[in-house]
Design a protein around this ligand. Structure first.
Ligand SMILES: [Zn+2]
Length: 348
């Protein structure tokens, strides 16, 4: 069993990641999507043990497709898809753009289509030939601190400590990637971009449309009551679809992470994790309604993976526990974690 990294290693890791983002020579935006995909997979499949982590190239390609999917929508009044490459449009964007002409909805919808396997295997080839074995080359020198430079077309193996750091500094690393990506997009798209547009929201914001769509389902599942306080949600307000693990912690609309809350609880909870009493109810809901939830998510093409969602929750609560951070009960009341969260999530 690997030991967790020492502080010097962590600082060095952040420094090298930053250097890779600012200095690595790239004409396309692949390196940002690749790094973001690896960080997301470290949350979903990694642990805090400090161990190495094997990731399949197909898995990485699928995650990159998910990240790029929202970006192939036409942007602004020019109604063009933003350029993600200095020359011709980036190949992955082209592939997804073609696919999106037949599937205007979510990427889950595309994944159900027969053409997805072909699309995915083409994206996998691009990932393998383009960023995967080039990203760690900075200033002509290979600095393979993330994963050994094997040139494999099947998998990469994150070095011991890498998944640990990606999980520990996820928010910081994600902000670093988003910032660098936005700068690059601005440079590539000066012809369509004014200074006023909220590029961050366009590129990385949440899928609000999909959110309101699930509202009636959760209204029925929760018998018209707020998930947190149990009070009836008025028919006129309809309630708010809330990310149980806050969006700001981990931006993914995985079905099991969604609950319906009244306006008061939704705005009071802000970006805090919910207290253990809420966590217990959430775990129980996902267990006891698992059939209903899966059936609904499948038929409405909503991304879902109960194990992944539990993994994300375990990571989020572990982070707050380590920092002895506050969790939200109701109104302005907060409390610290007792440690019970661990048993609740391990019972899954
Ligand atoms: Zn409430």
């Amino acid at each position: 069993m690997a030991t967790t990294p020492v502080a010097e290693y962590e600082i060095d890791f952040l420094f090298r990641t930053q250097r890779l983002l600012s200095e690595g020579l790239f004409v396309a935006t692949y390196k940002y999507a690749l790094l973001m995909a690896i960080a997301d997979l470290a949350i979903k499949h990694g642990s805090d043990s400090g161990d190495q982590l094997t990731l399949k190239v197909t898995e990485i390609a699928e995650e990159m497709a998910r990240i790029y999917w929202r970006q192939v929508k036409p942007f602004g009044i020019a109604s063009d898809v933003l350029r993600q490459n200095a020359g011709r449009q980036a190949a992955i964007i082209q592939l997804l753009e073609n696919a999106s002409q037949h599937h205007t909805g979510s990427i889950e919808q595309l994944k159900k289509d027969g053409s997805w396997q072909r699309c995915k295997s083409k994206i996998t080839t691009v990932v393998h030939t383009m960023p995967l074995w080039k990203i760690q080359r900075v200033g002509g020198v290979v600095d393979d601190f993330l994963y050994p430079q094997t040139n494999s077309s099947k998998e990469i193996v994150l070095r011991p400590g890498v998944a640990y750091c990606l999980r520990k500094y996820y928010s910081m690393i994600r902000n670093m990637i988003e910032g660098a990506w936005i700068l690059h997009i601005r440079r590539l798209n000066t012809h369509v971009l004014g200074e006023v547009v909220d590029l961050q929201e366009f590129l990385f914001g949440s899928e609000r449309s999909a959110m309101s769509e699930v509202q009636p389902f959760f209204m029925e599942l929760q018998k018209g009551k707020c998930f947190y306080c149990g009070k009836a949600i008025s028919a006129s307000s309809k309630g708010h679809v809330d990310h149980f693990i806050p969006w700001s912690r981990y931006p993914a609309d995985l079905g099991h992470n969604l609950v319906l809350a009244d306006a008061a609880c939704n705005s009071a909870k802000t970006d805090l994790l919910a207290a253990e009493a809420h966590l217990e109810r959430w775990v129980r809901r996902n267990l006891s309604h698992s059939k209903t939830l899966n059936k609904y998510f499948n038929s409405h093409k909503i991304a879902h993976d109960d194990n992944c969602t539990t993994g994300v929750a375990r990571w989020a609560y572990a982070g707050t526990a380590k920092a002895n951070g506050p969790t939200w009960i109701r109104g302005k009341s907060i409390e610290r974690l007792s440690g019970r969260w661990q048993a609740l999530l391990d019972a899954r």
